[in-house]
Design a protein around this ligand. Structure first.
Ligand code: PMP
Length: 456
């Protein structure tokens, strides 16, 4: 057994939670147990600290253990305020719904609360079906919306969907950014909803062509299809505006939020829509309770979210995201400008990606571009993430594009931390310029690890 496999925390996780996950961490070189976290940093049990550019897959816009959220939760608990009661109106859920409405354009005025991103998107899908009395759903290739049955139904991800088929009928994917394809689907399908992210984070931070979302919203309106926007990862200032759709000049029919809404401390999802649509779906005595969940809108989650919204404003984190994002993007573009394995550096706000692939930089790349692509997708992204971990930076490739290294540090990061991130990413890429060397080092490492597992 390796030292990590023997570690009691890892061993218990393997035994009672997920054995292949622990094994994969070990094989890849991610075998660490984390014990403390504050702001942009997280520490492992050996006292090594890591700059967190993964940030809870986007749930830590305020950083780890944000003091204001922690204080608000403590005060709430100390006051013995009721968290769950279900038979009366909630001042906290009401205040949060009002605060969200105040920060979104009309007619987005009504919120439905849940506890995760998948639930928030699924609530949007159900609302669309109930409000339009239609069933078909259109979604985008490459999208990521969650792993419950409803959201998997609007994802073209064979590995994630396979074991759970058949999923919802009447769902069809169109290429992200392709308006004619969307229009064809809208004409054919008489769809209840078009479900889409403003930027496809897990597909590798894919930005839509300028004007795509606005035009898509207009097309949807023309065809009576609701535009359900998944801002689970892009919301709360991540992309340099409070909501990513603000930068696109249109208003969706439904917006799904989660992740950072709870300040990284409380799980909460929100599905925000208009009074008219909410009324059409749930506006009568025999329909008002068609959708809900026990912890949806619980007071603790709502006060954490309210304090999150206030913190974002008081600390001007939207502005910071735009500024630090420009610094990160510019710095990485300069540092990686002539790297033979970097095909693109892109992003908006503090959602930034480095794409790895063939650039045709040398003869080997030109004759074996396909091999470079495969190596990038299967191995190089994770390999670079491991190297960065060893240099004290936590990050991961995008979930649906392992050839894209995703960098999304908390919005509370300082300039020095962004510069440290640029330097670390630059160093990691500098150490991996040519495919044969990358392949040799990677296989040497894997062989060493496999031997260690066998002999230990
Ligand atoms: N939508 C998007 C855009 C996401 O990135 C994610 C999570 N990565 C989800 C939905 C699902 O959120 P959750 O994991 O909280 O269910």
């Amino acid at each position: 057994m390796t030292p990590f496999a023997r570690n009691p925390v890892a061993a218990r996780h393997a035994k009672h939670l997920n054995a292949p996950f622990v094994e994969l961490l070990d094989v890849l070189g991610f075998g660490r147990v984390y014990t403390r976290a504050s702001g942009t940093w997280i520490w492992d049990e050996e006292g090594r600290r890591y700059l967190d550019a993964l940030a809870g897959f986007g749930a830590l816009n305020l950083g780890h253990n944000p003091p204001r959220i922690a204080a608000r939760l403590r005060a709430f608990v100390d006051a013995e305020a009721p968290n769950l009661y279900h038979v009366g109106p909630s001042p906290y859920a009401g205040e949060l719904a009002e605060a969200l409405a105040a920060r979104m354009p009309a007619p987005l005025r009504v919120a439905m609360f849940s506890s995760s991103g998948a639930e928030a998107v699924e609530a949007g899908i159900k609302l669309a079906r109930a409000a339009t009395r239609r069933s078909a759903l259109i979604h985008c290739e490459g999208g990521y919306h969650g792993t419950n049955l409803g959201t998997l139904s609007v994802m073209d991800a064979p590995r994630l969907r396979g074991p759970f088929e058949p999923l919802l009928a009447d769902c069809r994917a169109v290429p992200f950014g392709d308006l004619p394809a969307l229009e064809r689907a809208l004409k054919d399908a008489r769809a209840a909803a078009f479900v889409v992210e403003p930027i496809q984070a897990e597909a590798g931070v894919r930005l839509p062509p300028p004007g795509y979302l606005r035009e898509a919203a207009a097309l949807c309106k023309r065809h009576g299809t609701l535009f359900v926007l998944d801002e689970v990862q892009t919301g709360l200032g991540r992309t340099g505006s409070l909501w990513a759709f603000e930068a696109e000049g249109f208003t969706p029919d439904v917006v799904a939020l989660a992740k950072s809404l709870g300040g990284g401390m409380m799980p909460i999802g929100a599905t925000v829509t208009s009074e008219a649509l909410h009324h059409a779906a749930y506006g009568s005595a025999d329909r008002f309770d068609l959708h809900g969940s026990t912890f949806g809108g619980n007071s603790l989650a709502c006060v954490a979210a309210l304090e999150t919204l206030r913190t974002i404003e008081d600390e001007q984190l939207v502005q910071r995201s735009a500024e630090l994002g420009a610094r990160l993007l510019g710095g990485l573009r300069t540092r990686l400008a002539d790297h033979p394995l970097v095909t693109d550096v892109r992003g908006r706000g503090l959602l930034v990606a480095v794409e790895i692939g063939p650039t045709g930089a040398d003869w080997m790349q030109r004759v074996a571009a396909g091999a470079v692509t495969i190596a990038a997708e299967k191995a190089i992204g994770q390999w670079l993430a491991v190297q960065l971990l060893e240099d004290g930076v936590l990050c991961q490739p995008a979930a649906r594009a392992w050839n894209v290294l995703k960098l999304q540090p908390p919005l509370v990061a300082g300039e020095a931390e962004i510069d440290r991130l640029i330097a670390a990413v630059g160093d990691a890429f500098d150490a991996n310029r040519r495919l044969p060397e990358v392949a040799a080092r990677l296989s040497a490492r894997l062989v060493r690890r496999s031997v260690a597992r066998v002999v230990a």
